[in-house]
Write a protein that binds this ligand. Sequence first.
Ligand SMILES: CC(C)(COP(=O)(O)OP(=O)(O)OC[C@H]1O[C@@H](n2cnc3c(N)ncnc32)[C@H](O)[C@@H]1OP(=O)(O)O)[C@@H](O)C(=O)NCCC(=O)NCCS
Length: 262
Amino acid sequence: MATKGRWKTALTYGDKQSVVIRGYSLGELVGKVSFAEAFLLLARGELPPPGHAKTLEAMLVSVLDHGIVPSSIVTRYLASSGTPIQAAVAGGILAFGDIYGGACQQLAERLVHHRPLIDSGKQSLEEAAQEIVRHFSLRKERVPGYGHALHPEGDPRVPKLYSIADANGVTGSYSKLAFAVQDELGRAKKRPLPMNQDGALAALGLDMGLNWQIVRALAFVPRSAGLAVHAVEEMTREDGWRHVPDDEVDYDGPPLRPLGRG
Ligand SMILES: CC(C)(COP(=O)(O)OP(=O)(O)OC[C@H]1O[C@@H](n2cnc3c(N)ncnc32)[C@H](O)[C@@H]1OP(=O)(O)O)[C@@H](O)C(=O)NCCC(=O)NCCS
């Protein structure tokens, strides 16, 4: 529980001379470490092995942009209405929910729940995967991190990320469990539902030692950079404010009727 009064942080401090992150001077880090390394240092407390930073760098690039999708649509609507750029970006980021863009968090939470049970021999990999699928099915929810509306045959970013993660020694027990969930889901639904980008962010983020509560940031941090560019393109290239054309809206409420008052 947070204590009242003095603030406490193990992350960083700044004084008149410097800014210090996890014990390293920011002045020394700048120009010597990548953004991915610095983020892992901040989030985990130590500089990561080079393979982790390289894989995270690839993950950040893979989420930078994805075309005209819910987040960029919201950002562009806001930008076209004349909001400041940061409001347009923030609005797009708020579209990252449990179904679109933010599913990695729910999967990560389940993977973290089952990993100790597997490690202690209380559950086999297959039993854990079955329980994860059952957990969501019982709630009538889709298993987060699998399937994709645009890429039903498989999200092309996932094999690419895993080829980098495998080559850099990142792929570990969380990914193993996430692929076991993919197999189990395919069996349960009687058709393949391959892991999507959110699933890969969850499993690889955990394999890197990140906390499950932060994996969603692996999606919205790089995407906020992409959304900023969408906002500027909307502001500088498009005319006026966006709205849904009347002929694309079907009204099925009551027909026009008199109020019937004097
Ligand atoms: C991404 C998503 C919304 C695409 O949905 P979609 O376009 O309707 O998916 P499809 O048309 O390919 O498949 C629909 C069928 O597969 C099932 N299905 C798809 N993804 C599923 C999942 N992750 N878990 C369980 N069932 C799933 C649907 O229930 C439906 O089955 P039904 O016909 O028996 O009702 C969906 O796969 C999903 O909700 N995934 C989980 C959330 C997620 O990972 N979001 C991040 C996306 S990047």
